[in-house]
Write a protein that binds this ligand. Structure first.
Ligand code: ADP
Length: 303
């Protein structure tokens, strides 16, 4: 099975002709809510591909909590280890999108911001039956490091999606990470130089490997994936699809990689699965609604 330790959010999406300026009230024309959060997205992605997928995290003291839990359950995610934290709100992202597709986003971590060692204790109980732990950076860093430490001790593969990326991550977290999956923007921030070509990709990979990461997977959007270890590196081209919305492509990628490893497949196969799920996610709008199920996924890979 796969465990995701991370964020659970409700996205509150408003559509407006243009973005308001400070002090201004304006009339928008559309509103919807959609479950998101990188952690929850990855847990849903893995469950939809038929793997046993546990989510560990927190929701808050509002009506979003039940809705978020229900949507995870409907996708097949195991939610018994999610805590309902009545001291705070559920995590939300307040998103405004204008007619030019420019957006502004305010993220309130809420319950995600309360994740701590108590959540790691629930993680430890599940580790014995697990192959992969998926981490992102939307819950507090000390909890993430403790989770990675526990996984390492249990010989569970740690996959870190360093998003959203800070300018620097502690060396300890790198040393606990088996596989890191930044996109170009995130990798550029973390290494401190712009990644623009194969040479800078190689240099970035060397940076992560020097910190103790075993496998570096750079997600390059429609350009595919650059993968490097201490002994080899290769480019895996993207599948050609009609991309309409890239939201959650990266989450679909990580979920499918984890599903492949959980099925006992090789690194190359895991990258192929990741790229297929990432490509499929770009063909549909939204975060969780865009994640492929097993049938769509199998059909895509067969043809
Ligand atoms: P993130 O969402 O984290 O920024 P990417 O946009 O790089 O990550 O997407 C993750 C993966 O999904 C890519 O490495 C690629 O394999 C696939 N993907 C993303 N965008 C496209 C696209 N336009 N066409 C085909 N595959 C894509």
């Amino acid at each position: 099975s796969i465990i995701v330790f991370g964020s659970i959010n409700m996205d509150l999406v408003t559509r407006t002709p243009r973005l308001p300026v400070p002090g201004e009230t304006l009339l928008g024309y559309d509103f919807f809510t959609a479950p998101g959060g990188k952690g929850a997205n990855q847990a849903v992605g893995a469950a939809l591909l038929g793997r046993t997928s546990y989510m560990i995290g927190r929701v808050g003291n509002d009506s979003f909590a039940q809705e978020l839990l229900t949507s995870l359950k409907v996708a097949g995610v195991q939610t018994d280890s999610i805590l309902i934290d009545d001291t705070t709100s559920s995590g939300v992202a307040v998103i405004a999108v204008d007619d030019r597709s420019e957006n502004t986003i305010i993220v309130i971590p809420g319950a995600n911001g309360k994740v701590n060692h108590l959540d790691v204790e629930r993680l430890e109980k599940l580790l014995p039956n697990t192959t992969v732990l998926l981490l992102q950076l939307e819950v507090p860093l000390p909890a993430i490091i403790a989770a990675a430490k526990a996984a390492k001790k249990a010989k569970v593969k740690v996959i870190l999606d360093p998003a959203p990326a800070p300018e620097k991550l502690p060396d300890e977290l790198y040393s606990l990470t088996d596989l890191i999956t930044p996109n170009e923007t995130e990798a550029s921030r973390l290494v401190g130089f712009n990644i623009t070509n194969q040479e800078t990709m190689t240099k970035a990979a060397e940076f992560f490997i020097s910190k103790g990461v075993e496998i570096v997977v750079l997600k390059l959007g429609s350009k595919g994936v650059f993968c490097a270890t201490a002994s080899e590196s290769f480019l895996f081209p993207a599948f050609k699809v009609n991309a309409i919305d890239t939201v959650a492509a990266g989450d679909a990628f990580n979920a499918a990689m984890a599903a492949a490893f959980d099925s006992g497949l090789s690194l190359r196969k895991a990258i192929e699965w990741g790229a297929a799920a990432g490509a499929l996610a770009t063909t549909k709008k939204g975060a969780q609604p865009s994640l492929p199920n097993q049938e769509t996924f199998d059909t895509f890979l067969e043809t």
